[in-house]
Design a protein around this ligand. Structure first.
Ligand code: S3P
Length: 428
């Protein structure tokens, strides 16, 4: 990390492919007979877990220079896996696959790492059981998950929490059922499943905050070009905004409206940035240029904005430290159910550098703060990629090395994080 100190950050980076889109492309590619080409996917611990699970069901994959090709014998030929499926640290793999395996009428058992074993799965089991699924959970809440094939029917479901993982699990279970699966959301969650299903020929539409899937159609392969992940770009965007003399451009980043809440926050805080949009019929994407900005205004994040930036809240908290007043996060209780309790983790780790928080169940108020000497402090990463990368950005923006107990979880979503940082460092 030494080589990242005393730097300004300038130049351009192509951040890795979008994690949510890559998971879905691997899953739908495995469901659809023939070959699906995925260009510029994210290849990381989480997405490799999805790929391995789809191979255990009978799909195969191969890599070319820029692409991954998924080959499927067709959904009727997929089979119940012999061994327990292992989903590692990936909530998206675990929840979406629960819906998909249910919809395929297969039997499977699934488990992940110690973080997955603590994440609530009753939120997926409840609607799937309403559809007729036979699902068993530990303590009726946690993995391991046992799925037994059983007859299914469509449902109309009101989502109790904004969750794209739950919404997608229901859609995947309803894909091959005759009739309409209808889902109502209070605050819309990311819509990558809806867009990709439509691209694969499913009869699916969105009306206001409701999604209506008319099931039973065969899917048809479609090649997927994966844009850069705005949740990964967020670390570099914040770094540029708070590090003097920095000016970074992130190329071809997804600007899907259900994911781009960070852009709204940058606008409200007065960050100096510009976006160049590119045309795309499916997922929107573009280049984001961010420059160092003084005199940032504080943010207020709540309500419908939360699902649009849920994974960016830890790193946005760093931006709040540079603002000229108190910033607030409300309505974000979901953060407590991520890879770790991210409200606890952010508060505990930034308390160590003297940041003052007023913590609530659903968020916090945070006061601006200077980052002090951190050389004698030991930080915890909680095996949570987004907490670890937030801490690293905190350190290099203040020109310091950092001691984190175990930073290896970076490879869950951004294996080249440190190399990308090195590629844009410049002497002051
Ligand atoms: C994801 C949805 C989000 C997000 C997660 C990925 C997805 O979770 O936090 O990192 O790919 O569907 P929710 O289920 O809370 O929306």
């Amino acid at each position: 990390m030494k080589e990242l100190l005393n730097s300004k950050f300038t130049g351009s980076v192509s951040v890795p492919g979008d994690k949510s889109i890559t998971h879905r492309a691997m899953m739908l590619g495995a469901l659809t007979k023939g070959e699906t080409k995925i260009t510029a996917p994210l290849i990381s611990d989480d997405t490799l877990r999805t790929l391995a699970c789809m191979e255990a069901l009978g799909a195969t994959s191969r890599k070319t220079e820029n692409d991954y090709i998924i080959s499927s014998p067709g959904r009727d030929q997929l089979k119940s896996p012999e061994a327990q499926l292992y989903t590692g640290n990936s909530g998206t793999t675990t929840r979406l696959l629960t819906g998909l395996i249910t919809g395929l009428g297969l039997n499977a058992s699934m488990n992940g790492d110690s973080s997955i074993e603590k994440r609530p799965m009753d939120r997926v089991a409840a609607p799937l059981r309403e559809m007729g699924a036979d699902i068993t959970l530990k303590d009726d809440k946690y993995p391991p998950i046992q799925i037994q094939s059983s007859p299914l029917h469509t449902i109309e479901y009101i989502m109790p929490v904004a969750s794209a993982q739950v919404k997608s699990a229901i859609l995947f279970a309803g894909l091959f059922l005759d009739g309409k699966t209808i889902i109502h959301e209070e605050s819309p969650s990311r819509n990558h499943s809806e867009l990709m299903l439509s691209q694969f020929g499913a009869d699916i539409k969105t009306e206001g905050n409701s999604v209506i899937l008319n099931g039973g159609r065969e899917l048809v392969n479609s090649d997927i070009v994966v844009p850069g992940d705005i949740s990964s770009a967020a670390f570099l965007m914040v770094l540029a905004a708070i590090t003097p003399d920095s000016d970074i451009t992130l190329n071809n980043v997804s600007l899907n409206d259900s994911r781009s809440g960070i852009i709204d926050v940058f606008e409200d805080m007065g960050v100096d940035f510009e976006i160049t949009r590119h045309n795309n019929s499916g997922e929107l994407y573009g280049d984001i240029r961010v420059k160092y900005t003084e005199n940032l205004k504080p943010f207020n994040i709540s309500g419908d904005l939360i699902p649009r930036l849920i994974d960016e809240i830890p790193v946005l908290t760093l931006l709040a430290l540079s603002a000229d007043g108190e910033s607030r996060v409300d309505d974000a209780e979901e953060l407590r159910f991520k890879e770790t309790d991210r409200i606890r983790a952010v508060v505990d780790e930034l308390n160590k550098i003297g940041v003052s928080f007023d913590e609530r169940e659903d968020g916090y108020t945070v006061k601006p703060a200077e980052i002090p000497d951190i050389s004698k402090i030991s930080f915890k990463g909680y095996h949570d990629h987004r907490i670890i990368m937030m801490l690293i950005i905190m350190a290099i923006s203040s020109n310091q090395e950092i001691h984190i107990d175990d930073p290896s979880a970076i490879s869950i979503s951004y294996p080249n994080f440190l190399d990308d940082l090195k590629s844009i460092r410049g002497d002051k």
